[in-house]
Ligand binder design. Structure first.
Ligand code: SF4
Length: 565
C-alpha cells in the first residue's frame, strides 16, 4: 500500500509528511472507520508456533467472504515462540482485509524493532499495536532471554520517529529513512482492582496518547463499569477524541480458570464468572459477549476487538448480529456485564444503574503512605548533593566537567573526582538495588526502588498491564510490582504521581552501562537532559510543551469520539 509520502531513502533533504490521499485512507479500513466514527468489530487472530498456519488461513478466507474487515495479528503471545505478524500480513492483505500488526518489545532490541517496522512498511502495513509484551515463558532448550529494550511508550516514540523519517549518518553524509505513515495504537488495562495499579495504568495511557497513540485497544475484561470509567477518565483528561476499542474475549471455563491463576497476564476473572461459565455452553457465552458489544457501542466506544479460543468466523458473525438485535436492551442484563472483585477500587462513586457516577469526583486516596528510611535518606541526599543547583552538584560539576570532545574518550573516568564518587554506587546498590545502568532515573521514581532491578521488564515509563490482582509482578509473584511501590512512594514524599502521565523518559543509553551514574549526571550524559515533557494533544491544537529536543506533537484530530455518547 503506497502511503503517498515516500521519498528516496538516502535523500539529504529533510523529510516531509505528505497527507494520505483519500484513496489510501479508504484502503485502511481501520483508520477510515475510526475517523468516520463508524463502530467497528475487529477480530484477533492468535498466530501459533508453526509456519503451517492452516487454521488462521481458513479464518481469513471466511472473514473475507463474510464482511469481517480488520484482523489483528498477535506477536509471540504469552511469551512463547510463535509466527510473527509480518509472516502473515501479506495473506491478510491479499484477501482484501486490513491487518493490525501487534509489535512487542520483549524479544528484540530497538534495532530489531526498527527493522521490523521497516519490514511491515514494505508490506504496506500501517496499523501497528505497540505493546511491551508478556513475560517469557518458554523456548527451545529453556526459557528465552528477556530483552525489553523499549517499553510500549518508547515503541510509540520509535514509530512516531519513523513516520517522519529518522536521520542517520552514512560516513560523512546525512541520510533519512523514508517516512511511512504508520497508524499507531496502544493498549490499556482498565480492569486493575487496586488503586496504584489502576492509576499507574491511566497515567501511562496519557503518556501513550501524548507520544503518538492514535487509537486504544483495552485489555480483555469482564467488568463494564471499569470500561465505563475508562471512557470517563479519557473524556475528562482530554483524550475523548481518541477512539477506544473494547477487547471482548469469549472464554471457556477452563480458559477463565487459567486467567484467574495468572497464566494469562493481567486478567481479572472472578469466582462468580467461572461458576457461570462452568454451567454454560457456547451459545450462552456468545450471548454475554454480544451484550458486551451492544453495551460498549451504546457507551461511545469506537469498536469491539473480539477474540476467543476456538471462535469461528460463524461465531463472530452471530455475535455481531446478536449485538445489533440487543441494542440498548443491554441495560436490563447488567449482572452479566459487571463482575466485581471483592474490595475492588473504582475511580468514581457508584451509580444506581450498576455503572459509575458520570460526574463523580475521583476517589483517589487522600491518605499519605509513609516513606521508608532509605527513601527519605536518598531524597535528602538528592536535595543537597545531586539536584541541579545544589551544593554537591555545583561542586562536582566544576571539577569533573567533560567537554563534548571528551565524551568519546573515557579517560575522565580515571580521574580523582570520578573515583571520589565511587562510594555513591555502593550506596545505590545497597539501598536501591542499583544494577549499574549508569543512566539513572531514581529521582524521577522518588527513590522508591530501581525499575532496572525490580521490574522484570526493566520498564522506564510506567508499568506493564500484567500485575496480578494482589499487586504483585506478573513474572515474580513473590515481589510487588515496583511501579505500585513507586506510586505509593511518590505520594509518601508529597510528590504528584500524575507526573508519570507527562514525562517521557528516553531509552536507556547502553554506552553508560556499568559506569558511575552520579558522575554521568554531573556531566550531563544521562537521561535527565533528554527527558521530555509531553501532553495529550487536544482536539484542535498541539499542546505539547518541550523541555529539550524537538517537541512531540500529534496531528490535529477531528475524530468523532471527542463527545461523550
Ligand atoms: S514489576 Fe510490574 S511493570 Fe514490571 S514486569 Fe512486573 S508487573 Fe510488569
Amino acid at each position: 500500500m503506497d502511503d503517498g509520502s515516500t521519498k528516496a531513502s538516502s535523500s539529504n533533504a529533510a523529510p516531509d509528511r505528505t497527507p494520505l490521499s483519500p484513496d489510501t485512507e479508504n484502503k485502511n479500513f481501520l483508520r477510515s472507520s475510526l475517523k468516520k466514527g463508524n463502530f467497528i468489530c475487529t477480530a484477533e487472530l492468535v498466530l501459533g508456533r508453526d509456519h503451517n498456519a492452516g487454521e488462521a488461513e481458513t479464518f481469513v478466507k471466511e472473514a473475507a467472504q463474510n464482511g469481517i474487515n480488520v484482523i489483528s495479528l498477535t506477536d509471540l503471545p504469552g511469551g512463547n515462540p510463535a509466527l510473527p505478524p509480518e509472516a502473515f500480513v501479506s495473506y491478510v492483505l491479499e484477501h482484501g482485509l486490513t491487518p493490525i500488526a501487534h509489535l512487542t518489545g520483549k524479544d528484540g532490541n530497538r534495532s530489531l524493532l526498527e527493522g521490523r517496522l521497516h519490514a511491515l512498511a514494505r508490506q504496506g502495513v500501517e496499523n501497528i499495536l505497540a505493546l511491551t509484551g508478556d513475560a517469557q515463558k518458554s523456548g527451545l532448550g529453556g526459557k528465552a532471554k528477556p530483552v525489553y529494550d523499549l517499553d510500549s511508550v518508547l515503541m510509540l516514540w520509535l514509530i512516531r520517529s519513523l513516520r517522519d523519517g529518522v536521520e542517520y549518518n552514512v560516513g560523512t553524509r546525512t541520510a533519512h529513512t523514508t517516512p511511512f505513515s504508520f497508524y499507531a495504537g496502544a493498549v490499556v488495562n482498565p480492569f486493575k482492582i487496586r488503586e496504584p495499579d489502576l492509576m499507574m495504568q491511566l497515567y501511562k495511557l496519557q503518556l501513550k496518547v501524548a507520544v503518538g497513540a492514535e487509537y486504544i485497544i483495552t485489555q480483555l475484561g469482564y467488568n463494564l463499569r471499569k470500561l465505563y470509567e475508562l471512557k470517563q477518565y479519557m473524556d475528562r483528561e482530554g483524550m475523548g477524541h481518541v477512539p477506544v476499542l473494547a477487547n471482548i474475549y469469549v472464554p471457556t471455563a477452563k480458559v477463565a480458570q487459567m486467567m484467574q491463576a495468572g497464566e494469562v497476564a493481567g486478567c481479572v476473572v472472578t469466582d462468580e464468572l467461572i461458576k457461570r461459565l462452568e454451567k454454560e455452553k457456547k451459545p450462552q457465552r456468545l450471548e454475554r459477549a454480544a451484550l458486551m458489544v451492544a453495551a460498549v457501542q451504546d457507551l461511545g466506544f469506537a469498536g469491539a476487538h473480539i477474540g476467543g479460543f476456538g471462535l469461528t468466523c460463524r461465531d463472530f458473525l452471530t455475535l455481531r448480529e446478536r449485538a445489533a438485535e440487543i441494542g440498548r436492551d443491554w441495560r436490563n442484563h447488567i449482572d452479566e456485564l459487571v463482575f466485581p472483585a471483592p474490595g475492588e477500587f473504582y475511580l468514581l462513586p457508584p451509580n444506581g444503574d450498576g455503572l459509575s457516577r458520570r460526574n463523580g469526583e475521583y476517589q483517589v486516596t487522600r491518605l499519605k503512605p509513609r516513606a521508608s528510611f532509605s527513601q527519605r535518606m536518598s531524597e535528602m541526599v538528592h536535595r543537597y548533593f545531586i539536584k541541579d543547583g545544589s551544593f554537591g552538584a555545583r561542586f562536582f560539576k566544576a571539577r569533573i566537567a567533560v567537554t563534548p570532545q571528551q565524551n568519546g574518550d573515557a579517560s575522565w573516568r580515571h580521574g580523582f573526582w570520578y573515583k571520589l564518587l565511587e562510594p555513591a554506587s555502593l550506596y545505590r546498590k545497597a539501598t536501591l538495588g542499583c544494577v549499574g545502568c549508569g543512566d539513572c532515573l531514581q529521582d524521577h521514581l522518588n527513590y522508591a526502588g530501581c525499575s532496572m532491578r525490580w521490574c522484570y521488564k526493566e520498564l522506564r515509563n510506567g508499568p506493564c498491564g500484567g500485575s496480578r490482582v494482589d499487586g504483585t509482578c506478573e513474572a515474580h509473584p513473590d515481589l510487588p510490582c515496583i511501579w505500585n511501590l513507586v506510586y505509593l512512594g511518590t505520594l509518601a514524599v508529597g510528590d504528584d504521581p500524575q507526573k508519570f502521565a507527562h514525562v517521557l523518559v528516553p531509552p536507556r543509553d547502553w554506552c553508560l552501562d556499568k559506569t558511575n551514574a552520579l558522575a554521568n549526571r554531573f556531566v550531563g550524559l544521562d537521561n535527565l537532559c533528554k527527558r521530555t515533557e509531553v501532553a495529550v494533544p487536544c482536539k484542535t491544537a498541539s499542546t505539547n510543551a518541550k523541555l529539550n529536543e524537538s517537541s512531540i506533537t500529534n496531528n490535529e484530530d477531528t475524530s468523532p469520539y471527542a463527545d461523550h455518547r
